[in-house]
Design a protein. Structure first.
Length: 231
């Protein structure tokens, strides 16, 4: 059994895109896990990992081995549990690494201003001061409502256009990995699950191929009920 320390907000919604990567990786490998919710200010729960970010896993079958960082967790899982590999080749691993960088620099960066106030509204009450202060440093203001409104007015079209490489790749098959999802899918899909869980805002036009791909990735492991849009 593996314990996954997973970010939680109000109503036990679990939006972290990095934790979603790990959930997909565990499901891909057919491993059993339990989840320990961690709020933004619950740093004491993961103090044993000598850092402050989720995801963190503890592998109880291997001397309570602790691993943090979604990428390092994926590498650990492949090394420790070689069946159903996440990376079948160096080329597949390199593609997944590229997708991870692209997702962070383009997709996460594009999404966050579009949902920041919705996310702030759903952060647990005890975590709101931390969220406001830490995220205000990124935006230069704690007026998240204004940041979000401006982003939706001026940046939405550019964000949608930035996803064109994803749409083009999906013309070759139902998943980035081909006929079945691969770690590249988990990395990119996690970004949309972050938005989907934190905000009811429609990031994409109805009929966008990214939506149908996202839903295929969610449904492949039966995660549908756990990825419900915020209301």
């Amino acid at each position: 059994m593996i314990t996954l320390y997973d970010l939680a907000i109000t109503d036990d919604v679990r939006p972290s895109p990095f934790c979603w990567r790990t959930k997909f990786a565990l499901a891909h490998k057919g491993l059993a896990w339990k989840e320990e919710p961690v709020g933004f200010t619950d740093k004491d729960k993961i103090a044993f990992s000598d850092q402050k970010l989720v995801p963190v896993i503890v592998d109880h079958a291997h001397a309570d081995k602790e691993v943090h960082d979604s990428w390092d967790i994926a590498l650990y899982l492949d090394k420790t549990y070689p069946d159903r590999p996440l990376f079948k080749s160096e080329q597949e691993q390199a593609f997944a690494r590229f997708t991870s960088h692209w997702t962070g620099l383009v997709v996460h960066a594009g999404i966050f201003p579009l949902i920041v106030d919705d996310l702030y509204a759903r952060v647990r009450p005890q975590d709101r001061d931390y969220f406001r202060e830490s995220r205000a440093k990124r935006f230069g203001t704690d007026d998240f409502e204004a940041v979000q409104a401006t982003a939706r007015e001026t940046r939405l079209a550019a964000f949608r256009q930035s996803l064109e490489p994803l749409r083009q790749q999906l013309k070759a098959g139902p998943f980035l990995g081909g006929a079945t999802p691969a770690y590249a899918d988990y990395t990119a899909a996690g970004a949309f699950l972050w938005a989907h869980g934190a905000s009811p805002f429609a990031l994409l036009d109805t009929g966008d191929s990214v939506i149908s791909w996202r839903d295929r990735v969610i449904d492949f492991y039966g995660f549908g009920q756990r990825a419900v849009a915020a209301t």
